[in-house]
Design a protein around this ligand. Structure first.
Ligand code: ATP
Length: 214
C-alpha cells in the first residue's frame, strides 16, 4: 500500500516526519510519499517558493528513511493543487487494485467537506486520519454519516481493498508547526530541534524566513 502525505512543507519539520513514519508503520505501508503542493487552495501563500520547499524536503530525506519518497507532481501541475487530481493521476499510474491511502491530519480532515470534489476521494484512496490520543473530535454534520459508513477500526482492513475506508490512527503529537518555525527564524531565534539540522542548514543557505532587514 502507498501512503500519500500532502502538505505545504514550508518548511518540513519533525511534526511531519515523525507522524509520517508512525503512519507508515501502523498502516504497514510499502511506500510513503511526501507530496508538496503548488498553490494551496485552503491557505495563504507560503513563504518559500515551490523549488525552495522541494530543496528543503530533499535535505530532510537525504538521511534516507526506507520507503520515504518525494512526489513532485503537484509542483509540476499548474494551478491549485487539488488532492482529488493528485490521487487520480497516481491511480492512472498504479492501476485500480493497489491499495492507496491518503494521510491527513485531523485539522485537515475536519475541513474535508470543503475540498474540491471531496466525495470522490474514497473512490480513489483510503483515508487515514492522524489524531491526538484521547481527544474526541467534533465532526461537522456533513461529514459524520459519510464517515460512519466508511469507518474501519482495523488498519489491516485497508490492505484488503484498493480504496474507500477511513481509519483513525493515534500518533505522537509534537507541538511543532511550520508557522512557529518561520516566526522563530523571522525573530532571529533558533529553530533547532524542531526540524532536521540538514533542513535548517538549507534554510540558511537559501536565505529563507529571515528577519526583515533593519
Ligand atoms: P503551517 O504552520 O504553515 O500551517 P504545518 O506545520 O501545519 O504548516 P502543513 O504542511 O500545512 O504543515 O501540514 C501538512 C500536514 O501535516 C497536515 O495534514 C497537518 O495536519 C500535518 N501536520 C503538521 N504539523 C503536524 C504535527 N506537529 N503533528 C502532526 N501532524 C502535523
Amino acid at each position: 500500500m502507498i501512503g500519500i502525505y500532502g502538505g505545504t512543507f514550508d518548511p518540513i519539520h519533525y511534526g511531519h516526519l515523525r507522524t509520517a513514519l508512525e503512519a507508515k508503520e501502523i498502516l504497514g505501508l510499502d511506500q510513503l510519499r511526501l507530496v508538496p503542493c503548488q498553490i494551496p487552495p485552503h491557505r495563504a501563500t507560503p513563504g518559500a517558493t515551490p523549488a525552495q520547499r522541494l530543496a528543503l524536503l530533499e535535505a530532510a530525506l537525504a538521511d534516507a528513511e526506507p520507503g520515504f519518497r518525494i512526489d513532485t507532481r503537484e509542483l509540476e501541475r499548474p494551478g491549485p493543487s487539488y488532492m482529488v487530481d493528485t490521487l487520480e493521476s497516481i491511480r492512472a499510474e498504479i492501476g485500480d487494485t493497489e491499495p492507496l491511502c491518503l494521510i491527513a491530519g485531523l485539522d485537515a480532515f475536519l475541513q474535508l467537506h470543503r475540498w474540491h470534489r471531496w466525495r470522490d476521494l474514497p473512490g480513489l484512496a483510503h483515508i487515514a486520519v492522524l489524531r491526538r490520543p484521547g481527544a474526541a473530535p467534533d465532526f461537522p454534520a456533513e461529514l459524520r454519516t459519510w464517515l460512519d459508513r466508511r469507518l474501519a477500526s482495523d488498519p489491516g482492513a485497508l490492505r484488503t481493498r484498493a480504496c474507500g475506508k477511513i481509519h483513525f490512527i493515534e500518533v505522537s503529537q509534537l507541538e511543532i508547526s511550520a508557522t512557529r518555525i518561520r516566526a522563530a527564524l523571522a525573530q532571529g531565534l533558533s529553530a533547532r530541534y524542531l526540524l532536521p539540522d540538514a533542513v535548517l542548514r538549507s534554510i540558511q543557505t537559501l536565505g529563507l524566513y529571515r528577519p526583515p532587514a533593519a
